[in-house]
Ligand binder design. Structure first.
Ligand code: C2E
Ligand code: CA
Ligand code: CA
Ligand code: CA
Length: 279
């Protein structure tokens, strides 16, 4: 048993060591990346089901690492969150999204909305409204064209503080969306007191709308809950026409997903908006 134990160590130790080194290096790289143009935003269209038109887009960060190439958020966001670099990334994303809004305006597009993801940690810092205000002002756009997406978890830790910050942000006209709705712990009572405008149904519940009868009842309950609170309900991860039909029947207000478009560079959003309405 002892030999086996040693053996196990011999096998696992270098790998673990490498992982720690890689992680440490990633943290270091992230710090430099934030200020040196290695991030970009892709935009995924959001379609309003009442008008059938693209009314806005969600901004999704990408990291172009000088050595490793494209790094996806599922890899770098957790590292950025645990190392504190996330504040820099989220603030950069807010600024960049505002500049892009101004860019689309200059290109003659109808006034689009942009949703920016803000991590729990950035929200907890308490000065989000200042950053939103100054980013919008610097780009010359109305903050009311911004949406901030936060997860349910972000609103439950430091609940009062988070609610106050969200109120300040919302007072600027920014709309507040609860992201990945249904995967966290928000209760009906909590949602009622939070300054929230939209619920984004997590794509796992949208996926359940395919096939089997009854499997979509969770999404149905979520739409009903949102509507009874007077909130817009957005479905994310819509991939099939079948899901779209079901969401429409449920009374969902907007949709987002590969069925309408993957996250793309800003100029491709312009072409999508100029093309015929997707639904
Ligand atoms: P999220 O906010 O839930 O974003 C939706 C994710 O689902 C995106 O992954 C998007 O590319 C993907 N997606 C969209 N439509 C579909 C679909 O139809 N099917 C499937 N299977 N996937 C779809 P992405 O871009 O890799 O982002 C992952 C997560 O990273 C985001 O999840 C968000 O939580 C986080 N993130 C991205 N950018 C930022 C940022 O600037 N700041 C912060 N704090 N988090 C960010
Ligand atoms: Ca999101
Ligand atoms: Ca989401
Ligand atoms: Ca997510």
């Amino acid at each position: 048993a002892k030999a086996a134990g040693r053996n196990r160590f011999a096998v696992f130790e270098p790998a673990m060591h490498e992982q720690v080194v890689a992680q440490t290096q990633l943290v270091r790289d992230l710090r430099t990346a934030a200020g040196s143009g290695q991030f970009s935003l892709l935009y995924q269209p959001q379609v309003d089901l009442r008008s059938g038109r693209i009314t806005g887009a969600e901004a999704l960060a990408r990291w172009h690492h000088p050595l490793h190439g494209l790094v996806l958020p599922d890899t770098f966001i957790p590292v950025a969150e645990s190392s504190g670099t996330i504040d820099l990334i989220d603030d950069w994303a807010l600024g960049e999204a505002c500049r892009q809004l101004a860019g689309w305006d200059a290109a003659g597009l109808p006034r689009l909305q942009v949703a920016v993801n803000i991590s729990a940690r950035r929200l907890a810092r308490g000065d989000l409204a200042d950053t939103v205000r100054s980013s919008a002002r610097a780009a010359g756009v109305d903050p009311a064209r911004l949406e901030v997406e936060i997860t349910e978890t972000a609103t439950t830790s430091c609940a009062d503080e988070a609610a106050r910050t969200l109120q300040e942000v919302r007072a600027l006209g920014v709309s507040i969306a609860i992201d990945d709705f249904g995967t966290g712990h928000s209760s009906f009572g909590r949602l009622r007191v939070l300054p929230v405008d939209r619920l984004k149904i997590d794509r796992s519940f949208v996926a359940a709308l395919d096939g089997r009868a009854g499997a979509g009842s969770i999404a149905g309950a979520m739409v009903a809950m949102g509507r009874s609170l007077g909130l817009d309900v957005v479905a994310e991860g819509v991939e099939t026409a079948e899901q779209l039909d079901a969401l429409r029947a449920l009374g969902c207000s907007s949709v987002q997903g590969w069925l309408f478009g993957r996250p793309v560079p800003a100029d491709e959003i312009a072409s999508l908006v100029r093309a015929a309405p997707p639904v």
